[in-house]
Design a protein around this ligand. Structure first.
Ligand SMILES: Nc1ncnc2c1ncn2[C@@H]1O[C@H](COP(=O)(O)OP(=O)(O)O)[C@@H](O)[C@H]1O
Ligand SMILES: [Mg+2]
Length: 344
C-alpha cells in the first residue's frame, strides 16, 4: 500500500495561499503546505492544514493558458461534472466553489481546492482482483448514469497522418535520439496500427457518454474501508464508453508492467457487462483494433519534445515516455488475440 507521500519539493507561493484561504474561507494555514506526489503533466498538489480542516490545493501546470476562455470553461465544466456525479452517488471529489466558480487564478497561476481525502493510491503490484472489480463497477455506474451535459463537445479523436509519423521517426533518427533505433525497427508496426485506428474511428464515434476519462491508479484514492474515491476529473469529457472500460481494464490489470493479468482484465469487462447489461462486441473489436490511437498521439508529442526541448529534465522525461509507450504497445500487440477471446 502506497501512502500519499509528502515532501517539500518546492514551496507554495505564500501570498497565493493567503489569498486562497481568505477567498474560500478555509481558515488560517497551520504550518507550510507540503507537496503531494502523484501529479503528472506539470501540476503540483499541496496539502494544507488550517484550524478548520485539511485541504488539497492543486496548482495547475504553467503551460496551461488561463487566458483562454475555453480552457477556463473546460476546468469549470469538469468540476461541475464531478459534482453532479457525486450528487448521484459516485464517490467523487470536486473542487470547492465560491461565487459560482471553482478555478482561482492568481498572477496567471490556476488553483483548484479540494477537501483533503485520507486515503492511499495503489502501486502497480498492489492491485488485487477485488480492487479491479470495484473500479469496473464504478466505471459501469458512470456509464449507466449517462449524464446529460448538453454543452460538452462530441468525443475528440486525435488523428495524425502516416507521413507525419514517418517524418517524426526520421527526425529522431537524424538527431540520434536514444529511442530512434527502436522506433525505426517498429516503424511498420506503428504505421499499420495508425491505419487500423483511423479505420475504426467512424465506428467508435457511434457511442458516447460523459465520464471521468482517466481512471488510472494515481487518480483513485482508497479509504480505510478499501473503497475507491475518484479524484482528478480534469479529463472528464464525452467519450466512447467501450474504449474507456477496455482501457481502464488494461491499465488495472497491469498492461504497462511485465505482469499483465488476463483473468483480471476479463473479470473487469465481465463486471462492466453485468452492470451495464451488455458490451457491444463490434465496439470491443473496434476498440482493440484502434487501441494504439492514443499511444501514437502520446508518442508523437513526446518524440517532438525529446527532439526539440532544451530543458534537459523535460527531455529526459519525454525520452522515458517514448520508451515506455513503445514497450507497452509492443507488449499489447502480442496480447490482442487473447483480449478478443472475451466473447468466445
Ligand atoms: N482531494 C484529495 N485529497 C488527498 N489527496 C489528493 C486529493 N486529490 C488528489 N490527491 C492526490 O494528489 C495526486 C495528484 O492529484 P491529481 O489531481 O491527480 O493531479 P494531476 O492532474 O497532476 O494528475 C493524486 O494522485 C492523489 O494522490
Ligand atoms: Mg492525476
Amino acid at each position: 500500500m502506497e501512502a500519499v507521500r509528502k515532501g517539500s519539493v518546492t514551496q507554495m507561493n505564500q501570498s497565493h495561499l493567503k489569498f486562497i484561504c481568505a477567498a474560500l474561507q478555509l481558515g488560517s494555514p497551520e504550518g507550510a503546505p507540503t507537496s503531494v506526489q502523484g501529479c503528472r503533466g506539470g501540476s503540483f498538489m499541496w496539502q494544507v492544514h488550517t484550524e478548520k480542516a485539511a485541504y488539497a490545493i492543486k496548482q495547475l501546470a504553467p503551460v496551461i493558458d488561463l487566458k483562454s476562455e475555453s480552457i477556463v470553461t473546460k476546468y469549470e465544466l469538469s468540476e461541475t461534472i464531478s459534482y453532479r456525479f457525486a450528487q448521484l452517488g459516485i464517490p467523487a471529489v470536486s473542487a470547492i466553489k465560491q461565487s459560482g466558480k471553482h478555478l482561482i487564478i492568481i498572477e496567471n497561476i490556476g488553483y483548484l481546492v479540494y477537501p483533503w481525502i485520507e486515503g492511499y493510491t495503489l502501486g502497480r503490484d498492489e492491485i488485487s482482483e477485488t480492487h479491479a472489480i470495484k473500479i469496473a463497477e464504478i466505471v459501469a455506474r458512470l456509464h449507466t448514469i449517462n449524464l446529460s451535459v448538453p454543452e460538452i463537445e462530441a468525443p475528440r479523436f486525435d488523428i495524425h497522418s502516416n507521413d507525419k509519423i514517418s517524418a517524426a521517426i526520421d527526425k529522431s533518427v537524424s538527431l540520434k535520439c536514444p529511442f530512434a533505433k527502436t522506433l525505426k525497427e517498429n516503424k511498420n508496426f506503428i504505421l499499420s496500427a495508425n491505419e487500423s485506428y483511423q479505420a475504426v474511428i467512424p465506428l467508435l464515434r457511434q457511442e458516447s457518454v460523459v465520464s471521468h476519462g482517466d481512471v488510472n491508479q494515481l487518480n483513485v484514492l482508497w479509504d480505510k474501508t478499501n473503497q475507491p474515491i475518484l479524484v482528478d476529473w480534469e479529463s472528464a469529457r464525452k467519450l466512447n464508453p467501450t474504449r474507456e472500460i477496455v482501457g481502464t481494464s488494461l491499465a488495472w490489470s497491469g498492461m504497462t508492467t511485465e505482469n499483465f493479468s488476463l483473468p483480471i482484465y476479463n473479470r473487469m469487462l465481465r463486471t462492466h457487462i453485468k452492470s451495464c447489461g451488455s458490451l457491444n462486441k463490434l465496439q470491443v473489436e473496434a476498440t482493440l483494433q484502434g487501441l494504439f490511437g492514443s499511444p501514437i498521439n502520446w508518442l508523437l508529442y513526446n518524440i517532438e519534445l525529446a527532439c526539440t526541448s532544451d530543458v534537459q529534465k523535460e527531455k529526459d522525461i519525454a525520452i522515458k515516455e517514448v520508451n515506455g509507450t513503445l514497450m507497452t504497445m509492443i507488449r499489447c500487440k502480442r496480447l490482442i488475440p487473447d483480449l478478443l477471446k472475451i466473447f468466445t
